[in-house]
Design a protein around this ligand. Sequence first.
Ligand SMILES: [Zn+2]
Length: 175
Amino acid sequence: MVFDYYFRLSRRQQQIYRQSDRVESIHLPRPELLRSPTNGLTTSLRQANRRTTQDHCDRIVNHINRQLSAPSARVTVLARRPSHHWGELHGLYEPAQQSQRAHITVWMRTAKRRQVVAFRTFLRTLLHELCHHLDYEYYKFHDSLHTEGFYRRESSLFVALTEDRSHPEQQSLQL
Ligand SMILES: [Zn+2]
């Protein structure tokens, strides 16, 4: 199964699409090291604290890149999502350029009601942008496409960060 836009891609891009679609999960050697910044993120969002949210996002992204031996990426957390007729921008990934490191931007408040984004949505956005980074820098794909494989990789990271394996009887995050 491929998404409809597959048929509008060039042959070269279809090849990248199929490569991307084949990788279904990202294995983190030490997911438990992500527990502390992930828990910290729930608190900092609840407190609507942009500074600490930024710190936790930095730690999450750095940990994952380091565990995978992927190049680092800069993370910026901004306040209110930009919006336009097409909707609201949740996150943005800018690939590395010459001497500039790759850059992930995420916004912590909705455009319309200026509410702080819910933890799960926010973390998913961060991991989504990080998956674009990993497509280029870890898997070395020539483009980063939204394939089913891409969304499965995003989900595999989300599960690794939010599932508490040390206390399987409890749910670690109730948000
Ligand atoms: Zn995307």
